[in-house]
Structure formats: structure tokens, C-alpha cells
Design a protein around this ligand. Structure first.
Ligand code: SF4
Length: 420
């Protein structure tokens, strides 16, 4: 997530929406249900970004939005705009409970189940004690899905959606070697199951244990699952593979006679004018809907096949990446020194510079410090800033080269790409 290091300064509207302090001003997180943003709400947020902040908007790797540079005296106004746009929580203190990740192509049925889970969580005051980082995944088996983020609780449809496999503190199994599912539950029991899993976590977690994996590491899985009710699932069950490249360009929708078009703003960052333009494009060609993705991109769903070429041209003109082979397509960077006091370098600017020097797309993560906020899952190559525009380069979590300039890193990556 492109989160800058927060301080403990409280929000002007505690419990409704979190605004934390970053180097470039207030940082407001807007949680979107399953990544969905109506065009009218997008216009409202673009307006809020301009009048309450710096106009910079980041799409996060949880398919939410962050508005940056929020002025000290604008917190309440921002919250008001967001609530008027229908983007607030259903209950005081419920904002942090909306961390449920879906595929950007989730069906209406999966979205309805997600709404039921989030609604039940928000109505349960005991669950408001969960950490803002506590996260769930609901996976309907879509071909475009982020499967590599570890989630505290995940559920994945095993068939037509009548049953869901589940696991705690890990990822949906989709490769040989992944941890297997713990069991399965009927769709009708999913909400009750999630609530029982969350209560089981809270009943056993210490004050220092905010994530399921921390509790599992201390007491083991059996003690946590003892109180849950579920059926066995085949131990070799794995989800059908997903294809992340489907987040770019035009493709048929899986469940209706329409297409979608996907793109990414470079490094997940938009300005208010671009969000406004995206909202206009959605109103004209995508039934008024935008869907943010966990790759920090955006999909326009329900586009007529005959309009897909035009929509791609507009996205290109707005500066979004629509080609999976563009150097910026697989590059991520944290907010860097312009937004975070911890950063040793301007990671965003350096990533843009690196992209101009690369001839092929490489999965690269530029991080301002060891916290690695931008990467919620392992990335093959991480460039860890050590000073202004200089990086140590790590491959598969092992250091491969030290103190490289951007030009040296580009050469290193080109060589290793050629050798591969
Ligand atoms: S410098 Fe570190 S703490 Fe700051 S945004 Fe980057 S990774 Fe996160």
C-alpha cells in the first residue's frame, strides 16, 4: 500500500474516517466496497482532492483510494464530501472493518455476499477492536484476481459458488506448494463463519497481535479453529489459475454480454483532473462505474465491444498504461521522500526514470525504506533506497548488488533479463 508513515495525530472525525499525517500533509484513506466507485462519487472525490488537499490521489494495493496533502483545516469538510458521496462506513468506528478484497471482475452475487459480510462486521461493536490492517479476501474464482496477498481470513469458491474453501493467515492456494485450505463452508453460512473466525481471533490475540499470522505463530492453528464449524475440503484442492495480465486492455466480461477495459495510472497515482476524466469516461461508456484493482489500476466495466478501442485511446491519452508490456506496467513504488519522512529517496521519480531506461517490463518494486509499504506480496526484484537516487538491489529477498544509481540498476536489470 502506498501508505506513508503515520503519526498518532488524531483525525478530525475519529471513527468515521482515518486521516493520518504524512510529510506532504494529511493522508485520507477512502475505502471502496470491492473497489467500486460510481462516477458521481469519483467526481466528488476529485473535487475533494482539489479543495481539501494537494489534488494527488493514489490507488492502493487493496483497491482503495488515498487523498494526499489534506489541509489541517479541511478534515471535516473532506469527511462530509465522502459521506455525501456514499463512501463512508455504515457505523461509527466501522471504517476499518471494510477491508474485504474482491476480484475487480467479481459477479453481482459475490459483491452481494461481500456486502453482507461487511455489513455484519460493522454492526458488531466487538469487531471494531480489529486492527485497520486486518484484511479478508472473498474470491469467486474469477480469472483476474490477486491471489498473492496474504489475508487474515480468505474464502474462495470451490465450485459454482455454493461452497467456499477457507484459510487463515495466508493466501488462496493456487500453486503447488501453497498451504492447503483448512475446510469449506456453504455460501449460506459464510457470514456466520466469518464472524465466528473474527471473534475467535479477538478472544485469543494479545494486545500486540494485530494479524492472524502473529496469533498462529504463537498458539498454532488448532486452537483457533477449534471453535469454528466447517466441513472438510479435499486436501489437494487448489483454485484455478488467475491471469494478472487481464488487468490491461479490452476483454469480454465473464458473466454478461459486454466488455471491460483495464489500465493503470503510472505507479498507481492520479491527479484530480484525471479522476474527473475517468468519471466522465465511465458515465459515457461504462454504465457510470469504475472499479479499482489491487494492482493499483482501474477497470471500466460494461463497455460495448464497439467502444473498447475508443476507451483505450482515451485512457492512453490520459496517461494511463494500457499495455501489459510497457515498462511501467509491472513497476511499483511507495510514496517516497515527497510523502514520507522515512524515505531515503524519491522513489516515484526514480521509478519513472528507470522506466524510461528499461526496454522490457520487469517486476520491480522501489522502496524508500525497509518497511516496503508498496508491496503486499513478494516481488522478484526490490530496489531498496540507501540514499538520494541510489539503491541496493534485492532478488528474491537476497541482496544482488549494492548502492546502484538508476542507470546502473537499469543495466543490471537488462543484463539479468537477457540472461534469463
Ligand atoms: S519510505 Fe518506507 S515507510 Fe515510507 S512509504 Fe516508503 S516503504 Fe513506507
Amino acid at each position: 500500500m502506498n501508505a506513508s508513515f503515520p503519526t498518532s495525530r488524531p483525525s478530525a472525525c475519529p471513527g468515521l474516517m482515518r486521516v493520518v499525517q504524512a510529510r506532504d500533509g494529511g493522508l485520507a484513506r477512502l475505502r471502496l466496497a470491492g473497489g467500486e466507485l460510481r462516477a458521481d462519487a469519483a467526481h466528488a472525490l476529485a473535487h475533494a482532492a482539489m479543495c481539501c488537499g494537494s489534488g494527488i490521489i493514489d490507488i492502493t494495493n487493496r483497491a482503495n483510494l488515498q487523498l494526499r496533502g489534506i489541509h489541517d483545516d479541511a478534515h471535516a469538510r473532506l469527511v462530509g464530501i465522502a459521506l455525501d458521496a456514499g463512501l463512508g462506513p455504515q457505523a461509527q468506528g466501522g471504517d476499518d472493518l471494510r477491508n474485504v478484497m474482491l476480484s475487480p471482475l467479481a459477479s453481482d452475487a459475490t459483491r452481494a455476499l461481500c456486502d453482507a459480510i461487511v455489513g455484519a462486521m460493522q454492526r458488531d461493536p466487538a469487531l471494531h477492536a480489529l486492527s485497520p490492517k486486518f484484511a479478508l479476501q472473498l474470491d469467486g474464482g474469477e480469472r483476474l484476481a490477486m491471489l498473492d496477498h496474504p489475508h487474515d481470513v480468505w474464502l474462495s469458491a470451490t465450485d459454482d459458488g455454493s461452497r467456499y474453501a477457507f484459510g487463515l493467515g495466508g493466501t488462496v492456494p493456487h500453486r503447488i506448494g501453497d498451504a492447503p485450505a483448512l475446510g469449506s463452508v456453504a455460501r449460506d453460512d459464510v457470514v456466520a463463519f466469518v464472524l465466528s473466525a473474527l471473534h475467535a481471533f479477538l478472544a485469543r490475540a494479545s494486545n500486540e497481535e494485530h494479524r492472524m499470522r502473529a496469533l498462529i505463530a504463537r498458539i498454532g492453528l488448532p486452537l483457533i479453529v477449534d471453535s469454528l464449524s466447517f466441513d472438510a475440503v479435499r486436501s489437494d484442492w487448489r483454485r484455478a489459475p488467475a491471469d494478472a495480465s487481464l488487468r490491461f486492455g479490452a476483454h469480454p466480461m465473464p458473466d454478461r454480454a459486454a466488455w471491460y477495459v483495464g489500465a493503470q495510472p503510472p505507479l498507481g497515482r492520479l491527479d484530480a483532473a484525471t479522476l474527473d476524466a475517468l468519471a466522465d469516461l465511465a458515465s459515457a461508456h461504462a454504465q457510470g462505474r469504475l472499479v479499482m484493482t489491487p494492482w493499483q489500476g482501474v477497470l471500466l466495466p460494461d463497455v460495448a465491444e464497439s467502444r473498447t478501442r475508443y476507451v483505450i485511446e482515451r485512457l492512453d491519452a490520459l496517461g494511463l498504461v494500457t499495455d501489459a508490456n510497457a515498462p511501467l506496467a509491472r513497476m511499483i513504488a511507495c510514496s517516497g521522500s515527497t510523502g514520507c519522512a522515512r524515505s531515503h529517496a524519491d522513489t516515484k521519480a526514480d521509478a519513472h526514470r528507470l522506466a524510461t531506461l528499461l526496454r522490457a517490463p520487469v517486476d520491480v518494486h522501489l522502496s524508500g525504506c525497509e518497511r516496503s509499504c508498496a508491496a503486499a506480496h513478494p516481488v522478484p526484484v526490490t530496489m531498496m533506497a540507501v540514499s538520494h537516487a541510489r539503491y541496493d538491489l534485492h532478488v528474491d529477498a537476497r541482496i544482488a548488488a549494492r548502492n546502484l544509481s538508476i542507470e546502473e540498476a537499469a543495466e543490471w536489470l537488462a543484463r539479468s533479463h537477457a540472461d534469463a
